[in-house]
Design a protein around this ligand. Structure first.
Ligand code: NAP
Length: 247
């Protein structure tokens, strides 16, 4: 895959899908900025791993829900590299409960972590990329934002919001040559899905046409495509990576 840009920020990249996105994009020659909020040793280990394979990587600590810290993080990247070509808004959380038992705070915390943080990343990214007249953003939404899910009213609202918001950013970024797209993963094997019981995982597995959970690398390759020059005429798109679970 060919990339006209040179560097990328991936939020929540110390583990799970984010870490794999960092590995894959570094493999395509981009300098990857690995954002983490806890466990610097894990982020440092990923940086070392990427560098030992000949890639370029740097770590940057901030909590995506802290607007000031997020903006400072972006400024630090531009100060270091002179530009920021791409952003992958990947950081996210769940806090599952049936709606009748869900406290308002359980709802707003997930909205803040998944949707508000993504808004900050898109808005600040658009400011920087508009000046360059070049850039692309990929937001990691979810199949749950497309079809809802039992016990996930908060998560579904946040991810559905990410999808609608990305399309709106796509309108606003288009005249400045800044593209915004979404990926909607289905069930991907990470710590997030590890938290589900074996029974629930088996139930889901039976309903997935490709007959298995997805791997982080399969999401990462889709992210790479949407950032690459090969997707230069694609904006406001939602790319499902779900094994056919929701078509
Ligand atoms: P994960 O294994 O739980 O990892 C989540 C990552 O996000 C961690 O690195 C975590 O950092 C980081 N993070 C969370 N809140 C943050 C914050 N406020 N500031 C900075 N970093 C933060 O999750 P995953 O499965 O890789 O999921 C990655 C993305 O894909 C999420 O947006 C998720 O909603 C989405 N997704 C996942 C699946 C799936 O099946 N796994 C399906 C659809 C969508 P810490 O280590 O500090 O906690």
């Amino acid at each position: 895959m060919k990339f006209s840009g040179k560097n990328v920020l991936i939020t929540g990249a110390s583990r799970g899908i984010g870490a794999e996105i960092a590995r894959v994009l570094a493999g395509y020659g981009l300098k990857v900025w690995i954002n983490y909020r806890s466990k610097p040793e894990v982020a440092d280990a990923l940086k070392a791993e990427i560098e030992s394979s000949g890639g370029k990587a740097a770590v940057i600590e901030f909590d995506v829900t802290n607007e000031e810290a997020f903006i400072q993080g972006l400024q630090a990247i531009v100060q270091s590299d002179g530009e920021l070509s791409y952003i992958v808004n990947n950081a996210g959380i769940t806090n599952d409960k049936l709606a009748l038992r869900m406290k308002t705070e359980d709802f707003t915390k997930v909205l803040e972590a998944n949707l508000l943080s993504c808004f900050i990343g898109c808005r600040e990214g658009l400011k920087l990329m508009s000046k360059q007249r070049f850039g692309a953003v990929v937001n990691i939404a979810s199949i749950v934002g497309e079809r809802g899910n039992l016990g996930q009213t908060n998560y579904a609202a946040s991810k559905g919001g990410v999808i609608a918001m990305s399309k709106s950013f796509a309108y606003e970024g288009a005249s400045r040559n800044v593209r915004f797209n979404c990926i909607t993963p289905g069930f991907i094997q990470t710590d997030m899905t590890e938290a589900l019981s074996d029974e629930i995982k088996e139930q889901y597995q039976k309903t997935i046409p490709l007959g298995r959970l997805g791997q982080s690398a399969e999401v990462a390759q889709a992210v790479a495509f949407l950032l690459s020059d090969g997707a230069s005429y694609i904006t406001g798109e939602v790319l499902k990576v779900n094994g056919g679970l929701y078509m």
